[in-house]
Write a protein that binds this ligand. Structure first.
Ligand code: SF4
Ligand code: SF4
Length: 360
């Protein structure tokens, strides 16, 4: 572990000041799911009292959502040392078997789920946009393999605005899943480099999934992967389409709340783009923990090994909407949309930004 991470580990290990904002800790109620407990375990590894394999599972009980880092008034960063410890564990060959399976899938199929076939209706929709244009709509693995209707709806939105765009029938993996699983490993960098090579054939990349947008704009730079194409988040792109009138909106006056994806709000500082779109079609209110203070609502990747916890994380977020008497949450992340939708409840409707625009 780097000296910098060791300092952060030692600072966090006896501190509890951010425990209340961890979506996983709140869902499980377990002390082990706090930044400080993770740090305490790693501090014992650094001192030779524990072996890394004794705490390795705990490293994968963190979403790397950055809520703790944002909350920390003293500037310490649990995400940094968690990612670094995952890379150490990968290099030592001591990762849990359920993580190894996902990594192998990423390497073999480009997605952690190991899915090789794209849904037929999505294939059909993609086939209409294979011609090369200046703008590439990058769908991402969650939309392509898990929520194909979201990908279809994203294409419909751009088409409605008269945008000429390309979708790749064989989209390369962005490396976001590998980056989450094993951090800055050489395999992650190789996947990112291969992806950048294809993306650089375009002038502009519209990243549909905030998870991809975040790695394109941050981790590619950190790892020295050259991406010359301009990267725009889907929400920013659509907000510009609304502003210029390319997308004409009729406001229903319906009150909704917006679930900020942490990748947009914290990683990229984009909180207003989606709100400006929502306010063109409805009226955007706020629930507890919004904007840069957003509370993560779960994802599809962690559902692979923590399904019950993901269900509780999503349920907790829905209860935040209920807390302000909101009956509709608008999402801008495929993964959070799927996570919230999977909760068996009828009181709060879950609507994607695309569905709001298309009036679905
Ligand atoms: S991130 Fe900051 S607030 Fe959270 S445990 Fe570490 S030192 Fe404490
Ligand atoms: S990064 Fe998020 S999930 Fe991980 S400890 Fe911090 S608040 Fe919890």
């Amino acid at each position: 572990m780097t000296e910098k991470s060791k300092i952060h580990v030692d600072a966090c290990r006896f501190c509890w000041m951010c425990r209340h904002i961890c979506p996983i800790g709140n869902a499980t109620g377990l002390e082990r799911n706090t930044s400080r407990a993770r740090a305490l375990g790693l501090s014992l590894v650094n001192r030779g009292t524990y072996k890394l394999e004794e705490v390795v599972e705990n490293l994968y009980e963190c979403a790397c959502c950055g809520a703790c880092t944002k909350e920390c008034v003293t500037g310490y960063d649990p995400v940094m040392f968690t990612r670094e410890a995952r890379l150490d564990a990968a290099m030592e060959g001591i990762l849990p078997e359920y993580i190894n399976v996902l990594i192998d899938n990423c390497m073999e199929t480009g997605n952690a789920y190991g899915i090789t076939e794209v849904d037929a209706s999505l294939q059909e929709a993609m086939a209409r946009h294979t011609e090369k244009t200046d703008t590439l709509l990058f769908l991402g693995v969650d939309a392509r393999y898990k929520v194909p209707q979201a990908a279809i709806d994203a294409m419909k939105v751009l088409k409605k605005a008269g945008v000429s765009f390309t979708v790749l029938s064989k989209e390369p993996a962005s490396g976001q899943q590998l980056e989450y699983l094993i951090g800055a490993a050489s395999e992650t960098k190789e996947q990112m480099t291969a992806c950048a090579k294809e993306l650089n054939a375009y002038e502009r990349i519209v990243a549909f999934d905030p998870q991809d947008a975040s790695v394109f704009k941050r981790e590619y730079k950190e790892l020295g992967v050259e991406l010359t194409a301009e990267v725009v988040t889907f929400t920013r792109f659509v907000s510009d389409l609304v502003k210029t009138g390319a997308l004409t909106a009729r406001n229903s006056g319906k009150a909704v709340v917006y679930q900020d994806p942490f990748q947009l709000a914290r990683d990229l500082g984009e909180t207003e783009e989606a709100r400006s779109v929502i306010n063109a079609y409805a009226v955007c209110g706020e629930m507890l923990m919004h904007g840069k203070d957003t509370m993560w609502a779960g994802n599809l990747l962690m559902k692979e090994w923590m399904p019950e916890v993901m269900a509780q994380v999503a349920l907790d977020r829905i209860s935040n909407a209920k807390g302000v008497a909101a009956d509709t949450i608008v999402t801008a992340s495929v993964s959070e949309y799927a996570s919230l939708k999977a909760v068996n409840q009828t009181e709060v409707k879950i609507v994607s930004l695309e569905e709001l625009i298309l009036g679905l």
